[in-house]
Write a protein that binds this ligand. Structure first.
Ligand code: PLP
Length: 392
């Protein structure tokens, strides 16, 4: 291990890669595993987006390096989307930056903002990448507690002076992975006031901003007046347009934060392939009808999984965003032991809530990004599994 940095060797193995290993081992034995663990959409990218990419592929001018900050057409499309969809005005030159997926941007923003030992408020439970990125930037993750009882809004009152002493950045994520929690604009306004009071910057991860149900429309944090003074928001085409493997997203908002991130990035990458950025612009400029159609598919899957879980006596709320169901584990189990039982007795992979932080204990996360037939099969297997719970 002498060749590997302390930061890297002390990083817990990336959660999903551990599951992938176990899944691969079982599949090698010829076992048919249904993976409700991973958050990659199963449906294809829209046809008109693929068509645009094909056209752009044939143009040699697209084969050159992209400008560092991204191509103008894409940044203008992001700005136009924000104006249309949220009523937020953005300057495409200084307040928008192309990312090679939002995950990259989140990790590099943390590196751009903190010094060694500085704190970052990280939602707990939350997307595991936040904590790893803070660790790799020599920072300290400070748990921002989220609680089912309060609808998973940030519990600022639970933070002590010590928690905030050297803390520079707050991360938020709504609609939230793993909980599916959604919020109203007033919660963002509270977060912005809290950040101002404690001299924090705010980064809102809006990866699921368009993946919503039942008429709910997710707000942008930039709709809060004055938010641009302290906040940026990340967006992604991965989930809403089924473009996870294309690697394209954006960050918008505060100029200084975006400038700092672009300095880090310009020393590490040279943005995304121009053809992909132009195809992504076409997606954002669309009427979003493909997004609505996708959401309807997820909604149908959600209905069947929720009623199956309820029939099994498993408690799970109905999310208004994301394609995840966040379910309580039955009494007598931990997150891990219930996930293991589902894998061993039903050949179904779910993610133990504890993988998302200490406050995820007692829950599992089920992803709806598998076709209906597979979901139905998973339900059949889960219902007839041998349960190991000891009777009370
Ligand atoms: C999937 C996901 C991302 C990453 O999206 P990319 O744009 O594909 O990098 C970011 N945040 C959350 C919470 C996610 O679930």
């Amino acid at each position: 291990m002498g060749y590997i940095s302390k930061q890297v060797s002390s990083l817990p193995p990336y959660l999903f890669s551990v599951f992938d290993q176990k899944k691969e081992q079982l599949q090698k034995k010829g076992i048919d595993i249904i993976d409700l663990g991973i958050g990659s959409p199963d449906m294809p990218a829209p046809g008109f987006v693929i068509q645009r990419l094909k056209e752009e592929m044939g143009k040699p001018e697209n084969h050159r390096y992209s400008p560092y900050g991204g191509c103008r057409e894409f940044k203008q499309a992001v700005a136009a989307f924000y104006r249309r969809h949220y009523g937020v005005h953005l300057d495409p030159d200084t307040e928008v930056l192309t990312l090679i997926g939002s995950k990259e941007g989140i990790a590099h923003l943390i590196a751009a903002v903190i010094d060694p030992g500085d704190g970052v408020l990280v939602p707990n439970p939350g997307y595991p990448v936040y904590q790893s990125a803070v660790h790799l930037a020599y920072g300290k993750s400070v748990s921002l507690p989220l609680d089912e009882m309060n609808g998973y809004v940030p519990l600022f009152s639970a933070l002590s002076e010590a928690d905030l002493e050297r803390t520079k950045l707050m991360l938020l994520n709504y609609p939230g992975n793993p909980t599916g929690a959604t919020i109203e604009k007033k919660t963002f306004a509270e977060a912005i006031s809290f950040a101002r009071k404690h001299h924090l910057s705010v980064a809102h991860d809006g990866a699921y901003g368009l993946v919503t149900y039942d008429g709910y429309r997710a707000p942008s944090i930039l709709q809060v007046s004055g938010a641009k003074d302290v906040a940026v928001e990340f967006g992604s085409l991965s989930k809403s347009f089924n473009m996870a493997g294309w690697r394209v997203g954006y960050v918008v908002g505060n100029k200084q934060l975006i400038r700092a991130l672009s300095i880090v990035k310009s020393n590490m990458d040279t943005s995304q392939f121009l053809g992909i950025q132009k195809a992504a612009a076409t997606a954002l400029n669309s009427d979003l009808s493909t997004v609505a159609a996708n959401n309807l598919v997820y909604l149908n899957r959600m209905e069947s999984m929720l009623s199956a879980l309820h029939a099994m006596g498993i408690d799970a709320g109905r999310p208004r965003g994301t394609f995840f169901i966040w379910a309580s584990v039955p009494e007598g189990y931990t997150s891990q032991s219930f996930a293991e039982e589902l894998l061993d007795e039903a050949d179904v992979i779910v993610t133990p809530g504890s993988a998302f932080g200490t406050r995820g204990e007692g829950y599992i996360r089920l992803s709806l990004s598998v076709p209906q037939e597979r979901l139905d099969e998973a339900i059949v297997r889960m219902k007839k599994r041998k349960t190991r719970r000891t009777p009370e």
